[in-house]
Write a protein that binds this ligand. Sequence first.
Ligand code: HEM
Length: 128
Amino acid sequence: TEGGSLYGRIGPEALAALVTRFYARVAAHPDLAPLFPADLTHTAEKQLAFLTGFTGGPPLYHQRFGHPRLRARHLPFPITPARARAWLACMNAALRETPEIGEAEARELYAALSRVAAHMVNTPEEGE
Ligand code: HEM
């Protein structure tokens, strides 16, 4: 049913591998890690559920947690433009670490996530 979707082309295993690699990067990033819980298990589960629906697969996040209201959910965290860039850099690195995801799919997913990340910025750069 998801044949032509990004989800159908990436597949659940590769998407799960991407999310695992992404949070390993986040946990190691000095400007991102302090925002997140020490144990990223549940964060990663929610992200995998979200990305499954976001890429055109089953709407797992909606089914389990309701409407994501992503910008509102991120308001407790000071997301500066630098942190949005750091988030995207972690995602780009994780995509490169996941050769199961083809080049075209990686580009398409990264472009879509870039737009969401820009929308999450809620705090000006420090010193501005
Ligand atoms: C949750 C940071 C961008 C999707 C979170 C949490 C933090 C965070 C600190 C809470 C983690 C937890 O308590 O478990 C950031 C930062 C971003 C960013 C710094 C930089 C722009 C994004 C983007 C997406 C996204 C682009 C879309 C793919 C989510 C989801 C959750 C989440 C689905 C779980 C929400 C929930 O608790 O149900 N994020 N995020 N985030 N983020 Fe982000």
